[in-house]
Design a protein around this ligand. Structure first.
Ligand SMILES: [Zn+2]
Length: 93
């Protein structure tokens, strides 16, 4: 999912992203990618499309010096809402 203009504005205004440094090499030249990615719960190597499964939407910030990638939860940053709770309710028996 591409980060739209409204989401970009929220990121620019977010104090968490100001003065951020790489935790590995302490570099301050970091690049925010323009997409929201998702972390999926490991299911034994199979892609699980139905049933209970955790998905965490994240943004990634790449350190240009060492390649370390910082992941931040896109729900906590206010970029997207979480459908995880609704999905779990729909699948609860
Ligand atoms: Zn680094």
């Amino acid at each position: 999912m591409i980060i739209n203009d409204e989401q970009k504005k929220r990121l620019v205004d977010n104090p968490v992203l100001k003065d951020i440094t790489c935790p590995v090499c302490k570099n301050t030249e970091l690049v925010l990618t323009d997409k929201i990615f998702e972390l999926r719960e490991f299911s034994g190597g199979n892609l699980r499309l139905r049933g209970k499964s955790s998905v965490i939407p994240v943004i990634s910030i790449l350190c240009e010096k060492c390649g370390h990638i910082i992941l931040l939860n896109a729900v906590k940053l206010g970029l997207v809402t979480s459908d995880i709770e609704r999905d779990q309710e729909e699948h609860t028996d």
